[in-house]
Design a protein around this ligand. Structure first.
Ligand SMILES: [Fe+2]
Ligand SMILES: [Fe+2]
Length: 248
């Protein structure tokens, strides 16, 4: 894994970030605003962690790659920037921030259960599910500020997933095919469980925005499939694919 390249990416990505046009009034109805405020406050809680446990683990387990924990620290900073954007959105929609929620406690418990690689896996699952959620919100709601926040977050999350793919691919290059297959199976089971939990928690906001369960799971499954494929693709080919997509 080329951690220095990722370090450079995260350093650059902090610069000159566009700020959503907060001054524009929301055209959404009060029922939509209330549903979104509650739902977004749960995502805000998930994005706001300090990542101390993750960084401790990374410093211990990636001692031969000091740029990796340094890059992870910038990744956590970027997640905190998402938390700031979501906090503003929650306030825009008249909601209050949440300090505790069972989905967040469950997420944190799982993250810390089995060490660094498992924590990265749980983060990836949250990012894949989050990507499906933000994409649907951006598609279905007509609020320019919400659309702008979703665009910023989605752009960052795509790179977060690619960053974790690089790490997991390097780890798994030392595994037997049967070990990779077993890992992939447990990943898909956990992902499916997480997508169902997210649907239960956020269905009201998605419904009120005009999205349905089928669309949510279609988006989420598409993200999961694309993640699993990218783990199998050699890095040089992945880069070529990304450049071709970006050039379109
Ligand atoms: Fe995020
Ligand atoms: Fe992320």
């Amino acid at each position: 894994m080329n951690s220095l390249q990722w370090l450079h990416y995260f350093e650059q990505n902090r610069l000159n970030r566009a700020e959503p046009p907060w001054h524009i009034a929301s055209p959404l109805e009060s029922q939509q605003r209330a549903g979104l405020a509650r739902s977004l406050s749960h995502f805000q809680l998930g994005e706001s962690g300090e990542g101390r446990f993750l960084l401790e683990q990374a410093r211990r387990q990636a001692a031969d790659d000091p740029a990796y924990p340094e890059t992870l620290a910038l990744f956590i900073e970027e997640e905190k920037e998402h938390a700031r954007l979501l906090e503003q959105l929650v306030r825009r929609f008249g909601g209050v921030l949440t300090e505790k929620h069972w989905t967040h406690s469950l997420f944190r418990l799982m993250r810390r259960a089995l060490g660094l690689n498992f924590e990265i896996q749980v983060l990836v699952i949250a990012e894949l599910v989050g990507t499906a959620y933000y994409r649907l919100l951006a598609l279905r709601t007509r609020d320019p500020v919400l659309e702008s926040v979703c665009a910023l977050v989605l752009r960052d999350e795509a790179k977060h997933i690619a960053f974790h793919v690089d790490w997991l691919r390097a780890v798994q290059s030392r595994w037997l095919p049967a070990e990779s297959a077993a890992w992939s199976l447990q990943f898909q089971l956990l992902f499916t469980a997480a997508a169902n939990v997210a649907w239960i928690d956020h269905r009201a906001a998605l419904h009120v925005s005009g999205a349905n369960k089928r669309e949510f799971f279609r988006e989420a499954r598409r993200e999961c499939i694309s993640f699993l494929h990218s783990l199998l693709v050699p890095p040089a080919l992945q880069l070529a694919i990304e450049s071709a997509v970006a050039a379109r």
